[in-house]
Ligand binder design. Structure first.
Ligand code: 1HE
Length: 260
């Protein structure tokens, strides 16, 4: 599954974690059409036994966004198809087979931030910075950013980033909700791998509910959301694995929740 610009490997005690690395470091992991299609393919053909994934980027930066050298003249129809290609690929990341942890460092800009925002958890190191240079390049986000980024940081902050070229550093990015974790320089990959290993231990149906039901429930009107939640809860708790896990706790064989 490894291509020239995308590396795939299995990690973890049971080879249950997919590590997916952008390997176009010379171009700061800028996303050309081929790389976007490779990302889509890797999520569509995830091998059996993978329970979580980590995505990161080679070199000094996570991702410089759209490959601007491919931003050739497109008419409006071609522009729609191009954007929809990104949507299809990043939809496979967000609503794909396994939870995805993004390990961020350096530039997380433009389409790079759109890719990161399609992941389920973002871990940033201290070198991380976030920007949406589309605003100053005379274009607009087209990889789902207008939908996903406001859900992380709010539409007003996203508009400010695009109107003014504002760049958020790692600390401020974590404060406003770009990333759930902030770690020292060089440690985002290890932290992401640790979180992926923890996620992989969950009951698969719990992870499924968190990936596929929770974001949809959050978008539903409350009365519909409550009903969808009730149905998802009933399905999850009826799984044999849920019963075993609850029994293990009641019989003192499972970890208690510990104060952090
Ligand atoms: C690129 C790209 C790119 C680097 N497309 N080639 N994204 C942007 O507007 C961000 C543009 N990039 C940058 O601002 C900087 O490159 C970085 C801050 C990310 C990194 O800076 P630096 O000094 O480490 O690298 P560099 O010297 O600028 O770039 C190294 C090489 O990568 C250089 O090519 P070279 O042949 O001269 O070595 C750069 O041209 C190349 N490179 N970024 C093409 N983005 C679905 S719509 C999404 C819309 C967007 O994402 S728009 C935002 C695009």
């Amino acid at each position: 599954m490894t291509t020239q610009d995308l590396h795939f490997e299995r990690r973890g005690a049971h080879q249950e974690i997919a590590v997916i690395r952008l390997t176009r470091g010379k171009k700061r992991n800028a996303l050309n059409d081929g790389l976007i299609l490779s990302i889509q393919k890797v999520f569509e053909t995830m091998p059996e036994g993978i329970r979580a994934a980590v995505i990161d980027g080679e070199g000094e930066h996570f991702c410089a966004g759209l490959d601007l050298s491919e931003l050739k003249e497109r008419d409006a129809g071609q522009g729609v198809y191009h954007s929809r290609m990104w949507h299809a690929a990043l939809e496979r990341v967000q609503y794909g087979p396994v939870p995805v942890v993004a390990a961020l460092h350096g530039a997380v800009v433009g389409g790079g931030l759109e890719l990161a925002s399609a992941c389920h958890i973002r871990v940033a190191d201290e070198t991380t910075f976030y920007a949406l240079p589309e605003g100053s390049r005379g274009i607009f986000v087209g990889g789902g950013g207008a939908v996903r980024i406001p859900r992380l940081i709010g539409a007003a902050r996203m508009a400010d980033m695009m109107f003014t070229g504002r760049v958020y550093n790692a600390q401020d990015g974590e404060r406003i909700g770009m990333a759930q974790y902030l770690v020292p320089q060089g440690q985002s990959f290890d932290k992401a791998l640790e979180l992926a290993a923890r996620i992989a231990e969950n009951a698969p149906l719990t992870n499924y509910a968190l990936m596929h039901a929770l974001p949809r429930i959050a978008e539903q009107p409350a009365d519909q959301g409550f009903l969808t939640e009730a149905m998802m809860a009933a399905i999850a708790q009826s799984a044999p694995e849920a019963k075993q896990r609850v029994r293990a706790f009641l019989e003192g064989r499972a970890d208690k929740v510990k104060k952090s």
